[in-house]
Structure formats: structure tokens, C-alpha cells
Design a binder for this molecule. Structure first.
Ligand SMILES: [Zn+2]
Length: 447
């Protein structure tokens, strides 16, 4: 009888997979079988992508057990050889039909057998009414739903030995120009996770997937240990975001396909690196950072202390920030130092962000400021920088660069009942006076 493996042999892998998905998502809308001797004429309407509907006609030879004829109105069927996904979906529907026929036949057989027994035993004729020969059957869609539910509740028992124990172990690699992460998977023995798309698909569809002889299981988020669930979810969201980039390009007329390439090493943007670090939590994991040998790293909550050194020079000053390997993410800047990964929020960095990114992009993380620009630097940049960096100064005194602290002498006087006069004297300029009106008894406005 026609079964899955036979359908698989009739279609290429992608048409098979996509057709099976169509069948599972109940895209086969109208469906009928006309029996004519050894041939079943199958007609169906299948919902394609969007609002398209395609008509599928199949002829299946029951005697020989093969498909005599197939036709679909979709463009893929016209253009490519072999069965299209719509034909595959209808064949799946047809296997259900055959199974129900088979079951009905077996039921009849059994009934005839028992009837024969009864007749022999009692030596009497017994006529059954036609209504008793008909047996109602569960609607296939609800049957599939029920078996899926049953699978869910039996998984913890069926996969008891590994349930809640499957582990995902990441290996992160960060270089100046790329970030990537790969994973191993397993319980006692860890296998390389060779294709994150296959992994995510299996998880999505709760399918059985094998990594090696000792590791084959039905994928469900609950199968993973606590540490690994978030990583599994991270891979689900990464594959969902990036699938389109890894779609295989159709070539010539050979096959039309929307399957993805195998991806083992997952490239990350800096934003995705942040998401990965959130998923990995505070556990230790292996990483190769900036060409250093692989070792254990972990995300820390510790504040990151950074130093800045100002050194007086012939005609200006050198400003140097300590070197830290890292990336600018979306919410955080991420720095790697001595086995610890620091996430510094961009909001916290905001005041120094422009200067910091300007300096971090310089090869030596060092800038030179000529004497004439030093006062502006000291007035505009230094106070902010000192809130973020521990500053050390070497042969540098602001006064030597003509930086004079603003100094005013303020005289306040209240010559009359309802106003105050005030005079500001600046040491280097002519004195300034100003008058502030204030109602007696109220606070003097700030100036
Ligand atoms: Zn088709």
C-alpha cells in the first residue's frame, strides 16, 4: 500500500517536505476519490501560497501499486520534473484514505470470520443489517491533533532517559571583523550541531532528529536542561530572522527549492551577540576572543573600570584610554577582559560615547591635542570624561595651558525694599553689573 516512503521516492526532497507541511496544515481543501476497477481517480483542490488554488489530478493503480498519472495546475509542475508539493500533499491525503479503506476492510474480514464462527457454532443463519456494517471514523485533522497532544504528554515518559537533560554548549569566536558561535549538543557525549536550521525546524515541528548513534530524540523545548532552553530559543529566533539569507538559490531547471543551506557556525551581528549573551546568562562558556586561545568566559555584573592617561608633551597633550577588546551593540557596549564579559549600557555611555567611539577606532587608542586646543578640551570634554574614566595625569597641569578657572566675585545688595542689585566682577575683564528685581521675602532668582 502507498505509504510515506513511497511518496518520498516519488518526489524530490523539498517538494516532499513542503507537500507534507501543506497536508499537515490542511491545505488540501476539496478532495475526492473515484474508484474504477484497479484505478483510483483522485481529484483535489490545494491552497497554494497566497490565495492561489491549484487543481490536482492523480491516478493511482491499486493492483500494481504505482502512480499512473499526475497533474497539477501550478507553475512548478509545468516547469520542473517530478511531483510538485501539491501532488505530494494530495498523496498524503490519499494514504489516509487508503488506510481507512484498509481498516474498514479488516473490520469486515473480522466480522465475517466471527460471523462464520457463530454460524458454525449455532448452525444458524444470521443476517446483519447494512447499517451495522458502517463504522464512523474520527476526522483525520482532529486525529492528527489528538496524536500530537498525546505525543506531548507521553514525551517525558518516552524520552525519560534524556528528558530535561539535553545540553547545548556554545563556543563563541570574536575577532575584530567577525563574531560567530557554534554549538555542541548531547547528554553525556556532546555532538557537533551541524545545522542550526535543521535543529530549529525539528524544534518547531516537534520532530525526531538524530545527531549520532547515541542521540536521537523528538525535539521539544522541555527536553533541554534549564541552562540550554534559552540558547535553544535563541537559535529559533536567529534562524527565523536569518532564514531568508540562507535560502538556496534555484539553478537551471534542476530543482525548485526553498530549503536552506546547512549552517553550523552561526555568524552574529553585534546586536545578535547581545541577544546571545542574554541567552547564555551568567554561566561560563568557551570562547576564543581576539585571537587568544580558547578559554572560559562569563558575563559579569561588575562595573568596568577604565583608565585614561593625560601626558604633557612639547606642544600639547596626549590623551590615552586603556585598550579593551569589544563591540558596540544596540543596548550595550560589550567589552572582553580577563575572562569577564562586561556589558556597559549605551545610556550610561551616552555623555562620552562620541569621544569614546572616536578614540576606540584609533589604532593606539591615543589622541594628541595641541596647546591651543587644550583649554577647550579641559572645559568641554574633561569633566565628562572624568565621570567615566579614572584619570591619571603625567607632567600635565591645566594652569600651564592657560586654563583659568572661571572666577567671579559677587556682590549682593538690597538697597530698597523690593529689589536686590548684584554686581559680578570678572578678574580679566571690566566688571559687570546687573540688576535683579526680586520681591522682598521671595527667593532671589538664580543667575
Ligand atoms: Zn502543484
Amino acid at each position: 500500500m502507498l505509504d510515506q516512503s513511497e511518496i518520498r521516492a516519488l518526489a524530490d526532497q523539498n517538494a516532499y517536505k513542503r507537500g507534507r507541511n501543506l497536508y499537515r496544515s490542511d491545505a488540501v481543501l476539496e478532495y475526492s476519490v473515484e474508484e474504477a476497477g484497479e484505478i483510483d481517480y483522485i481529484y483535489a483542490a490545494v491552497q497554494g501560497s497566497g490565495r492561489n488554488m491549484y487543481d490536482v489530478d492523480l491516478e493511482y493503480n491499486l493492483e500494481e501499486g504505482w502512480l499512473e498519472n499526475a497533474h497539477c495546475t501550478c507553475p512548478a509542475f509545468r516547469e520542473y520534473e517530478g511531483l510538485c508539493k501539491h501532488c505530494v500533499a494530495v498523496l498524503f491525503e490519499y494514504t489516509d484514505y487508503l488506510e481507512s479503506q484498509e481498516a474498514a476492510w479488516q473490520y469486515e474480514q473480522k466480522k465475517e470470520e466471527s460471523l462464520a464462527k457463530l454460524q458454525t457454532m449455532k448452525g444458524m443463519q444470521n443476517k446483519l443489517s447494512a447499517s451495522e456494517e458502517w463504522r464512523p471514523k474520527t476526522t483525520p485533522a482532529i486525529k492528527a491533533f489528538l496524536s500530537q497532544q498525546q505525543l506531548k504528554s507521553t514525551l517525558p515518559i518516552a524520552q525519560e532517559s534524556i528528558y530535561g537533560k539535553v545540553h547545548l554548549e556554545p563556543l563563541l569566536t570574536c575577532m575584530d571583523n567577525f563574531i560567530q558561535v557554534e554549538f555542541k549538543i548531547g547528554t553525556s557525549y556532546l555532538y557537533v550541531l551541524k545545522d542550526v536550521f535543521a535543529f530549529a525546524d525539528a524544534l518547531q515541528n516537534k520532530q525526531k532528529f538524530a545527531y549520532g548513534q547515541k542521540l536521537e530524540f523528538i525535539h521539544d523545548i522541555q527536553v533541554f536542561d534549564g541552562d540550554s532552553r534559552k540558547l535553544a530559543e535563541f537559535l529559533q529566533s536567529w534562524t527565523a530572522q536569518n532564514r531568508i539569507k540562507y535560502m538556496q538559490v534555484p539553478y537551471y531547471g534542476y530543482s525548485y527549492t526553498d530549503s536552506t543551506m546547512k549552517v553550523r557556525k552561526v555568524p552574529l551581528t553585534t546586536g545578535e551577540l547581545e541577544l546571545f549573551l542574554e541567552a547564555v546568562g551568567d554561566r561560563e562558556f568557551s570562547a576564543e576572543i581576539n585571537g587568544m586561545p580558547e578559554k572560559l568566559w562569563h558575563v559579569t555584573e561588575d562595573p568596568l573600570s577604565r583608565t585614561m592617561k593625560i601626558t604633557g608633551q612639547e606642544q600639547g597633550i596626549n590623551v590615552e584610554v586603556n585598550y579593551l577588546f569589544g563591540f558596540q551593540g544596540i543596548k550595550h557596549n560589550i567589552y572582553f577582559s580577563k575572562g569577564k564579559i562586561y556589558k556597559v549600557s549605551r545610556a550610561f555611555l551616552e555623555p562620552v560615547h562620541d569621544l569614546l567611539s572616536c578614540m576606540e577606532n584609533l589604532p593606539q587608542r591615543k589622541v594628541f591635542i595641541e596647546t591651543a586646543d587644550v583649554p577647550v578640551f579641559c572645559r568641554e570634554a574633561l569633566p565628562v570624561l572624568e565621570t567615566y574614566f579614572e584619570c591619571t595625569r603625567e607632567s600635565f597641569d591645566e594652569k600651564d595651558y592657560g586654563v583659568v578657572p572661571a572666577a567671579f566675585e559677587v556682590y549682593l545688595d538690597a538697597p530698597q525694599k523690593d529689589f536686590i542689585t548684584c554686581r559680578l566682577d570678572a578678574p580679566q575683564k571690566d566688571f559687570i553689573t546687573c540688576r535683579l528685581d526680586a520681591v522682598y521675602g521671595e527667593e532671589v532668582p538664580c543667575f
